[in-house]
Design a protein around this ligand. Structure first.
Ligand code: UGA
Length: 438
């Protein structure tokens, strides 16, 4: 087995497949990354990955050489980046570079696409391979559905495995690799497998933007979005997941994939209206926090706002499309002094993303003298802060719960005013008024 590209998806896939008992050669063009991996160091933060990698070390090797990869491996998983291009389409240049490299090596091989690629990519690559007289390369689409922070569990205990193939035998070969995983295996054509991936991410993003809009209406009419989501989620046709209102989705996948599906539809002559709204709602949701701060503090010039959490979600060190980036820049533009703390972002490490923002070593240091605090990322250590101590360190009393995860009664009992998303403010020191689903 070979895995090309050892980013999040590639490395987790490689380690999990090695854990299942297969021998895996991993290739990356980044020499420093390969050297670190060879020395047993995991270059990303992903719970459980380091232990699993140590346990499977005997079956894992790393290289920068396609000669070595092709000598050892017949089934080649492609897990390179497909970042957005300036037009919003997925940029496939890295995928194409991989196919070119593999094509230079003779022999029967099976390319298995893990990278998220636009529908039609498999058809195009296969046609190019045939035109170039390289019939020995088979092609299977096997999209991944792992979440950062829960990636190992998502690979080893997935809701489903999707395998799209041109030849039945190629699909069988990939299915056999995952034979020890108990789950539903969906066998389809290649374009359908490619679409399942985009449609899944776009649907989850739609759920988030939908509940965020419901939250915004709840604020206007005096309802509580958390209870609304609980009440909705009990309907099995709706389900309880991805109905957590907040300051919008981020990360390396939803923003990119929703945009790419919109582009793909447009390129095929279809105007995907719903996705336009999903994207716009998500942009506006981050900015609403600034409005909430202005409502509570007045003009923000000279005010001190502390951001708690910077990564796009907890249990990852990933900053891609994090709401904190937009929020920090907007607050700075308003003339606020901004301090921040994140367990994964040491002081001075991300001046590129947060110019002019003071990154503190601890949450309390960031909160020192702040007029208001915004919980941006629901890291457990931030949710579990001792709010009485927080109150003593802050100058002001306002806490914006950007993820609706704080125990408003506990925080308010400490003398702070809690403002959630789609919920009524919880005044300091007063008993909680809550809607309970019993
Ligand atoms: C997402 C999908 O969940 C995976 O299934 C998919 O494989 C992956 O993209 C991918 O395409 O590679 P991920 O980006 O790691 O995974 O993170 P999620 O846990 O899905 O969260 C995405 C964003 O949505 C986060 O910013 C999170 O805070 C936000 N979110 C999530 C909400 O605002 N509300 C929710 O109810 C759920």
């Amino acid at each position: 087995m070979g895995v090309i590209g050892v980013g999040y998806v590639g490395l987790v896939t490689a380690v999990c497949i090695a854990h299942l008992g297969h021998r895996v050669v991993c290739l990356d063009v980044d020499e420093a990354k390969v050297a670190a991996l060879e020395a047993g160091r995991v270059p990303i933060y992903e719970p459980g990955l380091e232990d699993l990698m140590a346990g499977a070390a005997a079956r894992l090797s790393f290289t920068t050489s396609y000669d070595e990869l092709c000598r050892q491996a017949r089934i080649l998983f492609i897990a390179v980046d497909t970042p957005p291009s300036p037009s919003g389409d997925a940029d496939l240049s890295r995928v194409q570079a991989v196919v070119r490299e593999v094509r230079r090596h003779d022999g029967e091989r099976l390319l298995v696409m893990k990278s998220t690629v636009p529908v039609g990519t498999g058809d195009r690559i296969t046609a190019e391979l045939e035109a170039a007289g390289h019939p020995g390369l088979g092609y299977v689409s096997n999209p991944e559905f792992l979440r950062e922070g829960a990636a190992v569990d998502d690979v080893l205990h997935p809701d489903r495995i999707v395998i799209g193939a041109y030849r039945e035998a190629d699909g069988d070969e990939v299915a056999a690799l995952f034979a020890d995983i108990e789950t539903t295996v969906v066998r389809t054509t290649v374009p359908t497998a490619e679409m399942i991936k985009y449609a899944s991410n776009a649907f989850l993003a739609t759920k988030i933007s939908f509940i965020n809009e419901i939250a915004n209406v709840c604020e206007a009419v005096g309802a509580d979005v958390r209870a609304v989501a609980d009440g909705m989620g009990l309907d099995h046709r709706i389900g309880p997941h991805f109905l957590q209102a907040g300051i919008g989705y981020g990360g390396s996948c939803f923003p990119k994939d929703v945009q790419a599906l919109k582009q793909l539809a447009g390129n095929s002559g279809y105007h995907f209206q719903l996705l336009n709204a999903v994207i716009e709602v998500n942009h506006l949701q981050k900015r609403r926090v600034v409005g909430k701060l202005k409502d509570r503090l007045g003009a923000l010039r000279g005010r001190h706002v502390a951001l708690l959490g910077l990564t796009f979600k907890p249990h990852t060190d990933d900053m891609r499309e994090a709401a904190s980036i937009v929020l920090a820049a907007r607050l700075r533009d308003e003339g606020a002094r901004v301090s921040a703390y994140d367990p994964m972002v040491p002081p001075g490490s991300r001046d590129d993303l947060f110019p002019g923002i003071e990154i503190a070593r601890t949450a309390l240091e960031a909160l020192d003298g702040a007029d208001a605090a915004v919980l941006v990322t629901e890291w457990p250590e931030l949710v579990g802060l001792d709010w009485a101590v927080v109150r003593d360190r802050m100058r002001g009393r306002h806490v914006i719960d950007g993820r609706n995860v704080l125990d408003a009664a506990r925080v308010a009992a400490a003398g702070l005013v809690v403002t959630g998303i789609g919920t009524a403010d919880q005044p300091a020191g007063e008993p909680v008024a809550s809607d309970d689903v019993r």
